[in-house]
Design a protein. Structure first.
Length: 236
């Protein structure tokens, strides 16, 4: 793992926003610019990109971590969580790099954590007040996914595979992500259940653009997630 970090970041802000990135050079600058304006500690975990993601990130006032090889989004988030906790993070927010999330949702997640409403706040595109332009096909797939997740995790969420979530340092210190790929989202639910962490869902905005639709979870990926969960359940 290669770590590069500018020395001019604000050290008094203990909210860390983790942005896992793999070949996101096309949009990463725009996504990070919106986060930097909020004065959080922004951590980019470059998961072995082979495009110019690093060059896009290097001039920006963010923490930058790079995996030498592509390990998967779950591994990137685990790396980011370890890094943030070692630096004294109080709150951690996960945020996708493809531009589908809204920075306006982050203060709402943090407010719920600060009010001690839960240890983990999951973003949902299906609760009242949420906004999304997800297609009917994607909505159906996600709805089916929540049933599968309930079978394996015991947690009944309205939106089990949403990349924006917040957690306090108690939760992030207990959660261990071992699923390197996309199945990590379900594994986080398993960890919440196993570690008896308090959780809550909050409405968020998910707006897909042509880029994020291209980078999103495919049906094949969904099948792989199901297989990973099955193996996890068998051998846990």
């Amino acid at each position: 793992m290669l770590l590069l970090r500018p020395t001019f970041l604000l050290e008094n802000n203990l909210t860390y926003v983790l942005v896992p990135a793999y070949n996101e050079a096309e949009v990463i600058r725009e996504v990070l610019a919106s986060l930097i304006n909020l004065d959080y500690q922004v951590v980019v975990i470059d998961d072995g990109s082979n495009d110019n993601t690093a060059e896009m990130v290097s001039p920006l006032p963010v923490h930058y971590i790079r995996h030498k090889i592509n390990l998967g989004q779950g591994a990137a988030l685990q790396t980011g969580m370890i890094y943030a906790l070692r630096r004294g993070a109080k709150y951690i927010v996960t945020f996708d790099a493809d531009g589908q999330h809204s920075v306006e949702d982050i203060p709402k997640l943090l407010a719920a954590l600060e009010n001690d409403e839960a240890d983990v706040i999951f973003g949902s595109r299906f609760l009242k007040g949420a906004k999304t332009n997800a297609s009917l096909r994607r909505r159906i797939v996600i709805r089916l996914g929540r049933l599968v997740n309930f079978m394996f995790t015991g947690l009944w969420l309205s939106d089990a595979h949403n990349g924006i979530r917040g957690m306090n340092n108690k939760a992030s210190g207990k959660i261990r992500i071992k699923e390197n790929g996309l199945a990590h989202a379900s594994e986080i639910l398993m960890e919440v259940k196993k570690k008896k962490l308090r959780w809550k869902e909050m409405p968020v905005s998910i707006q897909y653009n042509p880029y994020s639709r291209k980078k999103g979870t495919s049906n094949i990926s969904g099948i792989k997630i199901f297989l990973h969960l099955t193996l996890h359940k068998i051998f846990e």
